[in-house]
Design a protein around this ligand. Structure first.
Ligand SMILES: Nc1ncnc2c1ncn2[C@@H]1O[C@H](COP(=O)(O)OP(=O)(O)OP(=O)(O)O)[C@@H](O)[C@H]1O
Ligand SMILES: [Mg+2]
Length: 333
C-alpha cells in the first residue's frame, strides 16, 4: 500500500564529471517523485547513472563532480541547498542507504553493538544502555538470531547475509522515511538474496518505509517494486507502474532489457537476447537519442532531435519519438 504523501521529489538533477579534458554527463535531467511506503526501482545497464543519481541526491559525489538541480525536496523541505553537516544528519533520520558491499560501511574494528549504538547516540544522544537495547531490537527486527550475543561480534565474524542485515539495521535504527538500496542483494546467493528482499518489503509494509531500489535485474524489480524508472546514458528513458512497463514496454531499450531476463519456463537452453553494442560514455555532443545506434526501430530524426520524456499513459512516461508519434506530447513535470 502506498500513501499519497510525496516524501522525495527530485527535479531536473544533472551531474557532470570532468575526465580527460572533457565532461562526462553521468546524470542528465532526472526527475521523479517517491511516495510514502512506495518502492521505486531504478534499472539500467552498468554505467547508466543509477548510483550516481542516488549519490547526487545525497550530495555524496566525487570531489570534482558538479551537481545541478532545479530542486530536491525531502518531506517538503528543500535539501539541495543543505550543507554537509545537515546532510549527514538527514542521512540518519531521513534518507538512509544500503549498498552492495556492507564492508564499505561497517568499520571492521568496531563490534556490531558499537556500530549500531554509535549511529543511534550520534543522532539521539542519551544513555548507552538505551542505545544498546535499541540495537538489540533492531537486530531482532532484521531477523538476526541470538541478537544480544551478536553485539560483541565483529563484522568479519558474520556471514555475507548477516552483514547485509546488520547494515540494514544500521540504516534503519534512526527510523528514516526513505531507504536508498543500491544493488543490496547482488553479491549474495539466491536464498539469502530473497531473505533480504523479503525483509525490505516487510519493513516497507510495517513502518511505511519508502524505498528506491537500484538493480540491473528487472526480474527482482518486478517482484519487489511498485514503479520503475529505466535509465540509459544518465537519463530516465521510461517510467511508470512496474507491471505495465514489464508487460508492455514502450521504449525499445526497456524492451531489450526485458529480453535479457532469464525465464524458468525457457529451460536451461532458453535463449537470452543480449543488447547489441555498449553503453557509451556520455560526453561531447549529446544531440539526438543516445540509444539510437543500438535501437532496432530508430528513424533518421533520432540522430538530430533529442527526445523529451512525454506522457505515454496514466502515470507512464517515455523518451522515444518513434513510440510517441501521433500522440499529443505532454511533457514530464
Ligand atoms: N567516482 C567516479 N569518478 C568518475 N566517474 C565516475 C565515478 N563513478 C561513476 N562514474 C561514471 O559515471 C557514469 C555513471 O556511473 P554509475 O556508477 O552511476 O553507473 P551505475 O548505473 O550505477 O552502474 P553499475 O550498474 O555498474 O553500478 C559512468 O559513466 C561512470 O563511468
Ligand atoms: Mg551502481
Amino acid at each position: 500500500m502506498t500513501g499519497q504523501e510525496t516524501v522525495l521529489s527530485v527535479r531536473d538533477l544533472s551531474v557532470r564529471l570532468p575526465r580527460d579534458g572533457t565532461d562526462i554527463q553521468a546524470v542528465r535531467n532526472v526527475s521523479f517523485d517517491l511516495r510514502q511506503g512506495e518502492m521505486l526501482g531504478i534499472a539500467g545497464e552498468s554505467g547508466s547513472g543509477k548510483s550516481m543519481t542516488l549519490m547526487a541526491i545525497l550530495g555524496l559525489l566525487p570531489r570534482r563532480a558538479h551537481r545541478e538541480a532545479e530542486s530536491i525536496h525531502f518531506a517538503g523541505q528543500r535539501i539541495d541547498t543543505l550543507g554537509p553537516a545537515a546532510m549527514r544528519s538527514l542521512m540518519a533520520t531521513g534518507i538512509a542507504t544500503i549498498f552492495q558491499d556492507p564492508m564499505t560501511c561497517l568499520n571492521p574494528v568496531m563490534t556490531v553493538g558499537s556500530l549500531l549504538e554509535e549511529v543511534y547516540l550520534t543522532h539521539f544522544g542519551g544513555a548507552r544502555r538505551v542505545a544498546r537495547d535499541r540495537a538489540v531490537d533492531m537486530l531482532e527486527r532484521v531477523g538476526i538470531p541470538e541478537a544480544r550475543k551478536r553485539l560483541n561480534q565483529y563484522p568479519h565474524e558474520l556471514s555475507g547475509g548477516l552483514r547485509q542485515r546488520v547494515m540494514i539495521a544500521m540504516a534503519l535504527i534512526c527510523e528514516p522515511k526513505v531507504l536508498f538500496a543500491d544493488e543490496p542483494t547482488t553479491a549474495l546467493d539466491v536464498t539469502v538474496q530473497k531473505g533480504i528482499l523479503d525483509l525490505i518489503l516487510e519493513l516497507r509494509r510495517d513502518i511505511g518505509l519508502a524505498v528506491v531500489f537500484v538493480s540491473h535485474d528487472l526480474g527482482v524489480i518486478y517482484n519487489a517494486c511498485d514503479r520503475v524508472a529505466v535509465m540509459y546514458g544518465g537519463e530516465i528513458v521510461e517510467t511508470g507502474p512496474v507491471g505495465e512497463i514489464l508487460s508492455a514496454p514502450t521504449h525499445p531499450y526497456t524492451a531489450a532489457l526485458i529480453r535479457c531476463i532469464p525465464r524458468i519456463e525457457s529451460g536451461p537452453r532458453g535463449r537470452l537476447s543480449p543488447i547489441p553494442g555498449q553503453v557509451k560514455v556520455m560526453s561531447g555532443d549529446l544531440q539526438g537519442c543516445q540509444f539510437r545506434e543500438r535501437c532496432p526501430i530508430a528513424i533518421d530524426s533520432c540522430a538530430t532531435q533529442t527526445p523529451p520524456l512525454v506522457k505515454a499513459g496514466p502515470d507512464r512516461w517515455v523518451r522515444c519519438p518513434v513510440r510517441t508519434d501521433g500522440t499529443v506530447p505532454e511533457l514530464h513535470p
